[in-house]
Design a protein around this ligand. Structure first.
Ligand code: FES
Length: 578
């Protein structure tokens, strides 16, 4: 909890160790601030606010962040703080390979060390594009320096010939039509022009919309801020409010671990389920909780999914996009519908509790944000499956799948890695039917590496032409939150370390029953034991550098895919200044 006796004594500021002493080292610090054009009055006896900006020319979702950083600075100056903008690594979901997830922990580490090594009393974390959200929060939580999260906001809706287009979701949909021969080249090119039309993150309920909403419910954002479209003037005003508020948080020493309690994570899971959020949220929430010293298990997600139904009618589970969600009441409107499931006393950066933030929240369009009595899905967004194929668990998003596949038994067709899948999936001689189960191995945290978003495995062209649009697909990969289909993901332990997924062979029967939470490989224990004795791991891909660090330290999906060494205890985290 925040310090019960907050003080405005400047000598208690962390930055005072850099700026205040009458010694040679501080002379150097102050003279170098003056080199940058600052006067003593600009920084003396004021909280120094680090604005951690993930703007980059390779990050399409953050193109407005240069302007937003200026708006944050305006707020910081107004509230009597001293702002310093600091660029940190930008994880661009669109362009980073093999996947931005591979670099989430690297940004988290950079954020932690940046906050620790500089004279920062409070931080504004500017993120939105997928993995930037958990990475910034994980780093700030480990550094435990007062922080507020400034969400990028969703981009405006896309449009093609009068039809709304949703990020990712409609790309997959129309790609299937193109593969089926139903869409000409001109139409495909028009779709490319119309699907992403403004700054901001993906505007479906992908990982970005899910994780920013979760950041808000965890107490790290201004109330209602995460639903505001990126280009609205409200978004610019929210940015300067973030600047004003972080100065207060810095004086009052309100730190991330004061907010990120068990109650906050409970609220985050409730929100994830009500949103029909990205399956990625499970991995990120477990990792973020780990940094805050809170233990989350897959079973907690499954339990809450049985109590809280999907009520956000947003693609891919529903029909609308984030702009509609904002107009319908946004995240506060949604939370007002699931109040009975929330722990309303959880504190937030607004200085009020979550319950207080929800006072007066309303829903203005009950088709977009449904009441619990008329949900989009009968249960929560994500279910956890277990069985001899995934002893440590796997996840599925039933609301985004065809009903017939939620209880299904079919023969497996196995691909040993993504290159193999790409080579053979459209080969008619495989003779796949809509009842086959497509299995991809070596796509997990170590196998791929980086547990990429490959889990919405492609359906063979010849089946698309027959009208097939969903099949049961199983992998140790993730999938984009904008994706859909009967995709069983995050199978753990992963195949690259000898998990049972590595032992599946063509023709084995696999059974999934979502109602029973079952994922079963119909092969006897004796045969599996025999196959296990023959199994050999692939040679290590990286002998040096980040790849080696990653392979040595990464945990499995149910543990959050964090680095083991970043979970260990608390350090003496203040640097020496000599
Ligand atoms: Fe940035 Fe989707 S590409 S959120």
């Amino acid at each position: 909890m925040p310090d019960p006796t907050p003080t405005r004594d400047p000598s208690t500021l962390r930055s005072a160790r850099w700026w205040a002493p009458d010694d040679q080292r501080s002379f150097g610090h102050r003279s170098r601030l003056k080199q940058m054009g600052f006067n003593t009055e600009d920084f003396q006896a004021k909280p120094t606010i680090g604005i951690l900006n993930t703007w980059s020319e390779v990050n399409n979702c953050h193109t407005h962040f240069r302007d937003r950083a200026e708006e944050v600075k305006r707020g910081v100056w107004q509230a009597g703080g001293f702002p310093l903008e600091i660029p940190v690594m930008s994880l661009s979901e669109s362009f980073m390979k093999p996947t931005s997830m591979y670099y989430r922990n690297l940004l988290a580490l950079e954020v932690e060390e940046t906050l620790k090594c500089y004279p920062i009393d409070g931080a504004v974390l500017m993120g939105g594009c997928d993995k930037t959200v958990p990475a910034l929060i994980m780093g700030a939580t480990s550094a435990n320096i007062p922080s507020i999260f400034l969400p990028a906001g969703p981009m405006l809706k896309g449009c093609w010939r009068g039809e709304t287009l949703g990020s990712g979701t409609d790309m997959w949909k129309y790609w299937a039509e193109r593969q089926a021969g139903n869409l000409c080249e001109d139409s495909w090119s028009e779709l490319e022009d119309g699907i992403a039309r403004s700054p901001g993150h993906c505007m479906t309920m992908g990982t970005a919309s899910t994780m920013t909403a979760i950041a808000e419910v965890l107490g790290l954002c201004l109330p209602g801020s995460t639903s505001i479209p990126a280009v609205h003037s409200t978004h610019a005003r929210m940015a300067s409010q973030c600047g004003r508020q972080i100065v207060e948080l810095a004086w009052d020493k309100v730190r991330p671990r004061d907010l990120l309690t068990e109650d906050a994570f409970h609220n985050a899971i409730v929100t994830d389920m009500a949103l029909g959020g990205s399956t990625n949220a499970i991995i990120h929430l477990i990792a973020m909780a780990g940094r805050a010293g809170v233990s989350l298990t897959l079973d907690q997600f499954d339990e809450i999914s049985q109590q809280v139904q999907v009520i956000a009618n947003i693609r891919p589970c529903g029909e609308h996009v984030m702009e509609d969600f904002y107009d319908a009441g946004g995240i506060l409107g949604l939370l007002s519908q699931v109040k009975e499931h929330l722990r309303l006393d959880a504190p937030t950066v607004s200085g009020k509790t979550l319950g207080e933030n929800l006072e007066g929240a309303e829903v203005f369009d009950e088709d977009v944000i449904r009441p619990l009595s008329r949900p989009v899905g009968k249960a929560g967004g994500t279910f956890v499956l277990r069985g001899n194929l995934a002893p440590d668990g796997a996840v599925i998003k039933p609301t985004a799948a065809e009903e017939r596949l939620l209880s299904h038994r079919g023969p497996a067709v196995v691909f040993s890695d993504y290159a193999d899948l790409k080579d053979r999936i459209h080969d008619e001689s495989l003779g796949l039917t809509a009842d086959h189960v497509i299995v991809l191995q070596n796509a997990g945290p170590i196998g791929a590496p980086g547990i990429p978003e490959w889990g919405m495995l492609p359906i063979p062209d010849y089946l698309l032409k027959q009208g097939v649009r969903d099949m049961l697909r199983i992998s140790d990969a993730r999938m984009s939150g904008t994706s859909y289909g009967a995709c069983v993901l995050h199978v753990a332990p992963e195949s690259a370390i000898g998990g049972p997924l590595a032992l599946v062979q063509d023709g084995d029967f696999i059974e999934v029953s979502v109602a029973e939470r079952k994922l079963h490989l119909d092969v006897s224990d004796e045969v599996l034991e025999e196959r296990r004795s023959q199994w050999k791991p692939r040679p290590k891909r990286f002998q040096r550098g980040y790849g080696r660090l990653y392979a040595d330290e990464i945990t499995q999906a149910p543990e959050g895919c964090d680095f083991r060494f970043l979970h260990q205890g608390e350090d003496d985290d203040e640097p020496d200044i000599f």
